[in-house]
Ligand binder design. Structure first.
Ligand code: PLP
Length: 394
């Protein structure tokens, strides 16, 4: 059976936990998405944007030095080479184009560290839509460069000064904006999270990562890989590369979450490894929450993994045993970040370095491994410099 079901559920996860006034908008979105996904004009315009603007297809690169070091063949899917430096643009281009075809003039989104905000502002600019990004004032202080990027790209950044002044407060304000302006406004979610149909929409727009990977690995090796490894924040780069391999039972699929300072410390971002079930951001999924259902602060030095929930489809795939999950700590990730930089001449995003760590640590289990290199690490060099202070560099 293909998921989600008619109610937007993946087993017991997913669904639509949204205010009544948004139900017609979610239904309109689902109808439009299903329609335009089969529309030739829409698909051809999206293909052109992905090819000429985003730079797809991205290479599948045999990391020779890393392979030699680990004793198995390790390929990297180079999403770090997508315009903007990460896979996020695949989704924002798809949704901005969908918004245009739906006749919406205005895009809104929330952002934590600013990466989704920048990718949204880029897509809105090229497609010609007005763009407003909600961001907590605490995050604005920490991520000045991304705020400036969004403004250069023509977006307005709306500061959110309530609650903890971070992502979850920005989500609330963006939702409130959508409720008020639902007629002309498109709400653009950045990962496979939120109420149905968002997890489905984002998966389908990110699916191109796995579709390309399958073609490329068959051309290079004449067979499917033994394992595919991806980091998990909300789960979009993971589901993007996993989706075309779900039926291929010989391929192990592994998601790696933010272990932060260690799962035992409680300071991490590992909703699948250590979360409990509940409702967040309009979906039923695995979350980091206390016994009263209050959302807990997640922790990771990789900004893209610092989210206290995870997409419902991944929660389902983990429960059913199809996807295996583990976590990598900040410390382990830092080592993998240095190793890839020095051995391969590629500075990975800290998010992606979680997956690299897992590949290195478990390479002896498989002969042929693909790691989704979800982004490049230029954005992270100052955090890494801080983390390395007083430590010996390998
Ligand atoms: C945002 C981000 C992630 C995490 O988001 P997912 O939806 O889990 O993919 C991972 N890597 C990079 C480089 C990111 O920018």
């Amino acid at each position: 059976m293909s998921l989600p079901d008619a109610h937007g559920k993946y087993g017991r996860y997913g669904g639509k936990f949204a205010p009544e006034v948004l139900m017609p908008a979610l239904e309109e979105l689902e109808r439009s998405f299903n329609g335009f996904l089969k529309d030739d004009r829409f698909n051809s315009e999206l293909s052109t944007l992905l090819h000429d603007f985003a730079g797809r297809p991205t290479p599948l690169y045999l990391a020779k030095n890393l392979s030699e070091l680990c004793g198995s063949r390790i390929y990297l899917k180079r999403e770090d080479l997508v315009h903007g430096g990460a896979h996020k643009l695949n989704n924002t281009l798809g949704q901005c184009l969908l918004a245009k075809y739906m006749g919406k003039k205005r895009i809104i989104a929330e952002t934590g560290a600013g990466q989704h905000g920048v990718a949204t502002a880029m897509a809105a600019a090229v497609i010609g839509l007005q763009c407003e990004i909600y961001m907590g004032t605490e995050d604005i202080k920490r991520q000045r460069l991304n705020v400036f990027r969004m403004e250069l790209l023509g977006a307005r950044v709306n500061p959110v000064d309530s609650g903890s002044r971070t992502l979850k407060d920005a989500i609330n304000d963006a939702m409130r904006d959508w409720v008020t302006n639902v007629e002309d406004t498109y709400y653009l979610i950045g990962s496979v999270v939120g109420p149905h149909p968002y997890p489905l929409i984002v998966r389908e727009f990110q699916r191109i990562i796995g579709r390309e990977t399958k073609e490329q690995i068959l051309a290079a090796e004449g067979r499917l890989p033994d394992a595919i490894i991806a980091c998990v924040g909300g789960g979009s780069n993971a589901l993007g590369i996993f989706s075309d391999f779900i039926e291929d039972q010989s391929v192990s699929l592994i998601g790696v979450e933010a272990g932060g300072k260690g799962l035992a410390t409680g300071e991490h971002g590992a909703s699948l490894c250590a979360g409990t079930e509940g409702v967040l951001h309009g979906m039923y999924s695995k979350l980091l929450q206390d016994e009263y259902g209050q959302i807990k602060q997640s922790h990771s030095f990789a900004p893209g993994l610092d989210y206290p929930g995870v997409g419902p489809e991944l929660a389902y795939l983990v429960d059913s045993g199809r996807v295996r999950v583990d976590s990598a700590t900040d410390e382990e990730t830092l080592r993998a970040f240095e190793l890839l930089s020095m051995k391969e001449g590629i500075i990975p995003a800290l998010e992606s370095a979680h997956a690299i760590h897992y590949a290195i640590a478990h390479a002896n289990e498989w002969d042929l491994i693909v790691v989704n290199l979800s982004g490049r690490g230029d954005k992270d060099i100052f955090s890494v410099a801080d983390a390395l202070k007083g430590k010996e560099v390998i």
